[in-house]
Write a protein that binds this ligand. Structure first.
Ligand code: KIV
Length: 271
């Protein structure tokens, strides 16, 4: 999936994209609006994740617990309006898949009707019944295990997970349970490199890592982190640009031009 795309990316294409079977690593980035989706899609990424990280990255919250299905549907729809060829994943927010299966399926369907082609949810074996119910409704599901941000209160902070052998074994078992329930790919976040490798070896569907080392079947980063807009650089982030600095310089130049009378110039005026 590394060549320029000739057709939109589909769930079946992602499901089979294991590096050990000769596939190129999957590339996923977050997108929360139409311009972000256009930029990432033009760069040829495989998957756009409309992540609940919109809460802290864009909406100014401290964590992801504050966003609702309404919020997520709003951002999914904005991304879908860009008509990307990349696969659109809608992130199910906290409490949208924790009550019962009927509620879960209805919430997943809302993100699909907003324009997502599949949904993602956090958690291991405990979420398997929800994954099964959503896939039974013909909605593809991506799992998400490890340092799951919606568990921030239960974890007591954003801490690397599965550091000991027992926890690593449970993580692998949880990943297997998600796939047995129908998950077509699994995000692995914030675990030691060897745990990322163990989950990847254990699954016949691709793993997509974030802070999970180089042995996953793909990597995901938050768009604003890699562009240098978010103002945060966790250990697992590489910044490929410093757009916040460039944006501040651009706005400062505009302000200076307004104040000096250099803007607008004759060419920028209707006569
Ligand atoms: O919401 C998000 O951005 C995510 C990624 C960190 C995987 O879930």
């Amino acid at each position: 999936m590394s060549e320029p795309r000739s057709a939109p990316v589909t769930v079946p294409a992602v499901r089979t994209a294991k590096v050990r079977d000769g596939h190129a690593p999957l590339v996923m980035v977050t997108a929360y609006d139409a311009p972000g989706a256009r930029i990432a899609d033009a760069a040829g990424v495989d998957i756009l994740l409309v992540g609940d990280s919109v809460a802290n990255v864009v909406l100014g919250y401290e964590d992801t617990l504050q966003v609702t299905v309404d919020d997520m549907a709003h951002h999914v729809a904005a991304v879908a309006r860009a008509r990307p060829g990349a696969l659109i994943v809608g992130d199910l927010p906290w409490m949208s898949y924790h009550v019962d299966t009927a509620d879960t399926v209805r919430n997943a369907a809302r993100l699909i009707r907003a324009g997502a082609q599949c949904v993602k949810l956090e958690g291991g074996a405990v979420r398997a019944p929800m994954v099964e119910a959503i896939t039974d409704a013909e909605i593809p599901v991506m799992g998400h295990i490890g340092l799951t941000p919606q568990s921030v209160l239960a974890f007591g902070g954003f801490k690397v997970q599965a550091r000991d052998d027992g926890a690593a074994r449970m993580l692998v078992e949880g990943a297997r349970a998600l796939v047995d329930a129908g998950a077509f790919a699994v995000v692995v976040e914030g675990v030691p490199e060897k745990v990322g490798a163990a989950v990847t070896d254990a699954l016949d569907v691709p793993t997509i890592g974030i802070g999970a080392g180089p042995h996953c079947d793909g990597q995901v980063l938050v768009l604003h982190d890699l562009l240098g807009i978010s103002g945060r650089t966790p250990k697992f982030v590489r910044r490929y640009a410093e757009l916040a600095d460039q944006a501040t310089a651009a706005v400062a130049a505009f302000a200076a031009d307004v104040r000096s009378g250099a803007f607008p110039a004759d060419a920028e005026v209707y006569h």
